[in-house]
Ligand binder design. Structure first.
Ligand code: GUN
Length: 288
């Protein structure tokens, strides 16, 4: 079998179009323009690329983008003051503090200082608790993007066996909660899991989010299963070149799977599209 390729790039474009339509209606009918504030501390090159991309796509969707670039030496108190200002600014509906923060800051403290209603990352402890108890919350963008692609491919996910490989707070754990919310039977596998291949091979849905290049190979995949690859790893491609690969070995997994997301062009583009969607959601909730 050769897997159907789930085109995250095309899917993300349709999500962005819907968001832009929603934004236009909010402006026309209510005179409201959703606003997203992104805070970057320091000069991490990957974070700079993400933040630039978020700002650009926010503006393209017709929303207001507010960027705060703070030096690496910024104190935690100074960052908390910026967050507080954004919490109190009615023009700002979504706040994202780019992670990782410099080592001298307590990320949990900073994230939990964001107004939960403006926490478009869904990382605030209140949103984590609401998601875990099946209540209305802000949902982390990467798992939300994965869920949207899975629903689109499968229709109902009810009763399917899902294995999430990776237990991070940003992807693995919220992904498992979302799949459980859609009535999957969910297993979280991780670096200490025994017989991990056998567990992954029992899955109708595999979500790989471990950050280990090409760890999941085709012999781990049940024929016909759906493989969602969250990994983005830059590896040596010889001759002084590098290439981007996922947490799944694409060629061998695509031979066995029923459907698979590529890297790049799979989950990645969906993350920012969901961030824009979350900002509109936060704006609509703030305005009743
Ligand atoms: N760093 C890498 N991914 C993310 C994300 O989704 N949100 C934030 N705030 N920081 C990140």
């Amino acid at each position: 079998m050769t897997a159907k390729v789930i085109d995250g790039k095309a899917f993300a474009a349709t999500v962005r179009e819907k968001v832009a339509g929603h934004v236009a209606r909010l402006k026309e009918e209510h005179g409201i323009t959703p606003g997203l504030a992104v805070v970057l501390v320091g000069e991490d090159p990957a974070s700079q690329v993400y933040v630039r991309s978020k700002g650009k796509q926010t503006i393209e969707a017709g929303m207001n983008s507010y960027e705060y670039k703070l030096p690496a030496e910024t104190t935690e108190d100074e960052l908390l003051a910026v967050v507080e200002k954004l919490n109190n600014d009615p023009q700002v509906h979504g706040i994202l503090v780019q992670l990782p923060l410099p080592n001298h800051m307590n990320s949990d403290l900073v994230i939990n200082a964001i107004d939960p209603a403006k926490d478009v990352d869904g990382f605030h402890i209140s949103n984590v608790g609401l998601l875990g108890t099946g209540q209305k919350s802000m949902v982390p963008c990467t798992p939300l993007g994965c869920l949207m692609m899975l629903r689109d491919h499968h229709g109902s996910l009810s009763g399917l066996n899902a294995v999430v490989v990776g237990r991070s707070n940003i992807v693995g754990k919220p992904m498992a909660q979302l799949l459980l919310g859609d009535s999957c039977t969910v297993t979280i596998a991780h670096s200490r899991t025994k017989n991990i291949q056998d567990i992954v091979r029992s899955a109708d849905i595999v979500v790989a989010a471990v950050g280990r290049p090409e760890m999941v190979t085709g012999d781990w995949i049940k024929p016909g299963a759906t493989v969602i690859d969250v990994g983005i790893n830059r590896i040596d491609a010889g001759e002084g070149k590098t290439k981007l690969v996922g947490d799944c070995e694409y060629s061998s997994c695509a031979e066995v799977a029923g459907a698979i997301t590529p890297v790049p062009g799979g989950v990645g583009p969906m993350t920012i599209a969901c961030l824009l969607a979350n900002t509109v959601t936060a704006c609509c909730r703030a305005n009743g």
